[in-house]
Design a protein around this ligand. Sequence first.
Ligand code: SF4
Ligand code: FES
Length: 342
Amino acid sequence: MKVTIDGQEIHVEPGTTILQAARMIGGESVPPAMCYYSKLQGSGGKCRCCLVEVTKGSDANPTPMPKLVASCVTGVMDGMEVNSKNSARVEEARKSVTEFLLINHPLDCPICDQAGECDLQNLSFQHGKSETRFIEEKRTFEPEDIGPNIQLHMNRCILCQRCVLAADQLTDGRVHGVISRGDHAQISTCLSKAIDNEFSGNVIDVCPVGALTDKTFRFKSRVWFNKPYNAHRNCDKCCGKTTVWMFGDEIQRVTARKDEFHEVEEFICNTCRFEKKDVSDWVIEGPRRFEKFSVINRNKYALHPPKVEIRTEKHILEGREQDQKRISMVEVPEKTNGNSNS
Ligand code: SF4
Ligand code: FES
């Protein structure tokens, strides 16, 4: 099927959504997505961030679609023509959706662990307004512990439901979900039960905001002071391929590796994520480049370094020399361990 997005033509398989086709094209035509997650079945259709304008339905029926459509749940038709970045209507709609998502979201980026890698922060940076029209009181909740390693800050939740799908599809017994309706809707475990499963930590990675955070990393460092390195270990529960986030020679956080759309490449187990914080637990492969153009890399990191070099400051971090030294990992050898560390 032929589809044209922002004037760029691409041929895709039947059943492809507009968002998937846009991702194949890449660049600025890719709509933002806060709830769609390609690795989670049934995701999408909730946040409306990915609205696009269909100016021609198909070759068979060229009538434009009267309303903007959610690109993550709208399949392409042969001959369809779509405007994403080129449409003033789309731009206005994204601004409105961003404003809507921020209605109840606290402006606590300065103390939020997700700051710097938050999809909502990035969305606001691109489409947000500098002022709010919302003068009513925001709804608030107490932080909730859901197990020893995960904390829920419901105030920050945008109800994208990715975590619910992740728990459903990666773990045996989901114990949390969306409770209540409308303005009262919230993510909760009801009884503050632990999400007790080896893959439960992945809800942290799929959460687009700072609603679900890693308690082993909380308040340790701003993410832009950490240096991400690809690392692996022999793990009998998951792929063992992760990104370790270092401050000096200390591993402060372990996450799954994320692609250019900020989606996890392969889900990892809780042992790798929460329990392996020694450098000797890992074989460090080399610096991980930031794929997604976001707040964390703006004006700081080269998006596509021509060459990645191990154990050198080149291409990893720009900025003041004294800062580079402070957060470098000079003591960590290129290969710390060639053997199994499971
Ligand atoms: S906690 Fe995070 S992942 Fe779960 S619904 Fe809220 S925003 Fe989405
Ligand atoms: S990403 Fe399409 S509606 Fe949320």
